[in-house]
Design a protein around this ligand. Structure first.
Ligand code: AMP
Ligand code: ZN
Length: 139
């Protein structure tokens, strides 16, 4: 499989490593939105949230606590966005699960995706859509 993040895990492509354990790798995004923009990935290939195993998802979540604390201690940001895209329609470009940790420094502009306008929706439609999703969730 031709997956750039699998190649990073195997050491075939270099990265600026931030953190690693047996299940996950965190490294610097090479097109950073802001300094400190970091990606956390499972070492085992999974395309996105639909596919990732519970065990790897847990490992990514736990690693995100360590890495966000590192970002806070090292860079003193005013906020950090955790962003994860699923599918090309959501602008997922690399099809190997990755969680973005994107710090915002005090002089940085507002982070993309984090500043949408709050416009009240149609409560009936919101309720119907919530019920539609809820009714098909499999435990
Ligand atoms: P997305 O799939 O839209 O969530 O974003 C993929 C992210 O991976 C982008 O922010 C890219 O800058 C980043 N990226 C792509 N290739 C590399 C690489 N070789 N090393 C580090 N980051 C990368
Ligand atoms: Zn992969």
């Amino acid at each position: 499989m031709d997956c750039i993040f699998c190649k990073i895990v195997k050491g075939e492509i270099p990265c600026f490593k931030v953190y690693e354990n047996d299940k996950v790798l965190a490294f610097a995004d090479i097109n950073p939105i802001n300094p400190g923009h970091t990606l956390i990935i499972p070492k085992a290939h999974a395309e996105n949230l639909y596919e990732i195993s519970d065990e790897d998802l847990t490992a990514v979540a736990l690693a995100s606590k360590l890495v966000i604390q590192g970002i806070k201690d090292a860079l003193d940001p005013i906020g950090v966005a955790c962003l994860q895209l699923n599918g090309k329609g959501a602008n997922q470009v690399v099809m190997h699960y990755h969680l973005h940790l994107i710090p915002r420094g005090k002089d940085d502009p507002e982070l993309p995706v984090s500043g949408w306008e709050l416009k009240p929706g149609d409560m009936k439609a919101i309720e119907e859509t919530a019920k539609k999703i809820s009714s098909v969730i499999k435990q």
